[in-house]
Write a protein that binds this ligand. Structure first.
Ligand code: TEU
Ligand code: CA
Length: 560
């Protein structure tokens, strides 16, 4: 692995666009986004230049967690469309050079999945061992002290059979027992079913949680994360299952796989994504997502650019030639990046472009979450009844129990709720932002008159066109190799306002300078300027000494 360039894969220079189907585009006026609605917008995604779509779950589901609770892996939820619609989506996307990556949610199923219904029916049902059932402790309490992401405890009591079942998420999301080879075979069969339809790959939901230690020991870490994580996150068994999955399924196709993996370090990142280990193409780590909060305890922390740079650089450097990075600011679980790390008022457009530039010039595969390319912002919620997400409701309750006022709890959710990402995409200045002709399942943000796709595609200065140019650079002949394969070097790690880094490959060098502050700055860079490649202000730049940077300015320079 010491060669200049990793063995190339098609997904090395891919740019992924994530769609949360419920909130993307409603074609039939029922207020819920759907697959035909996605097909209507393929030309839009094509114009942006993304060549992969990651589709959040569209499978049959009672929607306790908006589709991350699946009751049939081989059927489409009727509110999203039919199997014929899904097949048409794959074909229509393919015509435009776009591959479809589906969400693989196999740490758990819905409690309404026939497998669980059988498993629950009696202790001697053949599917009993497909889930994780345990006897109570002598005093009748839970088998261990693990917590869940969405409820206080990870165990739910079943009166009928007198045992508890494990659920790391809601009680309607029982964890599958991956230790049972029948479960693994059933998952692999289902993966073949989809891959044979011509999929481009899978995003694997919380895949680093599938390996549970056989003795289910008590947690000892309570001051960070969901208690129990030291036992079920990144367990060696998980790596073993992934290698088996690779051998039995993935090695038969040329696909992109990205594991969603909270609680990972760069060492874990190398284990998962080193090509020689045959696990997954890349992972989503969460280190930069916990920089401004302690999520589990609903506590906000100030954003620290020095720490942020240290995290991002560590991933860039530690995985160089040894694995592959994914790059993201946003997804369906996170508040909007421009509201979180930029300025969503006066400098909304400038700072959204700055964030895009800072991230997209790094090494790895970039993911753009629907609406990020428009600079969509967080919505202002005023009451708990306006939220949809089960996690928001759980956190709200927890905060009140901790003694916070409802007002303080809503303030926290206004920073970090997952619903910010789930507000419908703003397509035009028509009613309901052009998302639906009916009543949207989650109310739109009232700034859609100013912020919408119609405006952005028609305005050459928009965030949309800036993202389009970033993608064009990554996929173009001139800078593609240096952006995709170049070596990364962080400059001035202690600079608390400006993020500057170099990328270099085969004698070509790019300097990326991003002002993360609202203030003008002046910096000296000891390189000679060859060309300004992309800038979010129109000003001429002639030298890199005493370089003046305007608020949230981000510029890509070719240098020597
Ligand atoms: O998310 C996993 C996960 O760890 C989240 O609970 C995360 O901590 C939080 O949302 C970030 O703020 C995945 C899916 O992306 C999420 O939508 C699902 O709810 C969850 O798994 C269960 O399937
Ligand atoms: Ca619909």
């Amino acid at each position: 692995m010491s060669t200049e360039k990793l063995a190339p894969h098609w997904w090395h220079n891919a740019v992924v666009y994530q769609i949360y189907p419920r909130s993307f585009n409603d074609s039939n006026g029922d207020g819920i986004g759907d697959i035909p609605g996605i097909i209507e917008k393929l030309d839009y995604i094509n114009k942006l230049g993304a060549n992969v779509i990651w589709l959040s779950p569209v499978y049959k589901s009672p929607m306790d967690d908006n589709g991350y609770d699946i009751s049939d892996y081989c059927e489409i939820a009727p509110e999203f469309g039919t199997m014929a619609d899904m097949e048409r989506l794959i074909t229509e996307a393919d015509k435009r050079g776009i591959k479809i990556v589906m969400d693989l949610v196999v740490n758990h199923t819905s409690d309404e999945h026939p497998w669980f219904i059988e498993s629950k029916s009696s202790k001697d049902n053949p599917k009993r061992d497909w889930y994780i059932w345990k006897d109570p402790k002598e005093d009748g309490s839970e088998p261990n002290n693990w917590e869940s992401f969405f409820t206080p405890k990870a165990w739910e009591w079943d009166e009928n059979t007198g045992q508890y079942y494990l659920h790391l998420f809601s009680s309607k999301q029982p964890d599958l027992n991956w230790a049972n080879p029948e479960v693994r075979e059933a998952v692999y069969d289902m993966m073949h079913f989809w891959l044979k339809k011509g999929l481009g790959g899978f995003r694997m939901d919380v895949i680093n949680m599938i390996g549970k230690p056989s003795d289910f020991p008590d947690a000892t870490i309570f001051d960070s994360g969901v208690a129990g994580w030291e036992h079920w996150a990144n367990n060696l068994l998980c790596h073993q299952y992934l290698r088996e999955m690779h051998e039995k399924v993935l090695s038969h196709y040329d696909v992109l796989t990205v594991g969603e993996t909270p609680f990972t370090t760069t060492l874990d990142g190398r284990y998962y994504s080193n090509p020689a280990r045959n696990e997954v193409s890349m992972i989503f780590h969460f280190e930069h997502m916990s920089i401004d909060r302690e999520e589990h305890n609903a506590v906000r922390k100030p954003f620290d650019l020095v720490e942020f740079k240290a995290i991002m650089s560590k991933w860039q450097d530690d995985l160089y030639q040894k694995g592959w990075n994914s790059l993201y600011w946003n997804n369906h679980d996170q508040p909007r990046a421009v509201s979180r790390y930029g300025d969503d008022k006066e400098y909304r457009i400038i700072s959204a472009k700055m964030l895009g530039t800072a991230l997209h010039m790094m090494s790895g595969t970039p993911y753009i979450y629907q609406g990020e390319e428009l600079g969509m912002t967080n919505k202002h919620f005023t009451d708990i009844s306006e939220f949809n997400d089960l996690m928001a409701k759980f956190h709200y309750k927890k905060m009140l129990e901790r003694g916070l006022t409802p007002q303080k709890a809503i303030e926290f959710l206004n920073y970090f709720s997952r619903d910010h990402a789930r507000v419908p995409v703003q397509w035009s200045n028509e009613a309901n932002a052009g998302f639906t002709s009916g009543t949207p399942w989650l109310a739109v943000n009232n700034n859609y008159m100013q912020i919408n796709a119609e405006q952005a595609t028609n305005d050459s200065d928009s965030v949309f066109h800036h993202y389009r140019q970033l993608i064009e650079l990554r996929q173009g002949d001139e800078y593609g190799d240096v952006i995709v394969y170049g070596k990364h070097q962080l400059l001035d790690p202690e600079d608390a306002d400006v993020y500057a880094y170099l990328r270099s490959y085969n004698g070509k060098m790019l300097l990326i300078v991003a002002n993360f502050s609202k203030k003008s700055q002046t910096r000296d860079y000891d390189f000679s300027l060859k060309k300004v490649v992309l800038n979010n202000y129109d000003d001429e730049v002639s030298s890199l000494s005493a370089l003046s940077l305007r608020p949230y300015q981000a510029t890509i320079f070719e240098v020597e």
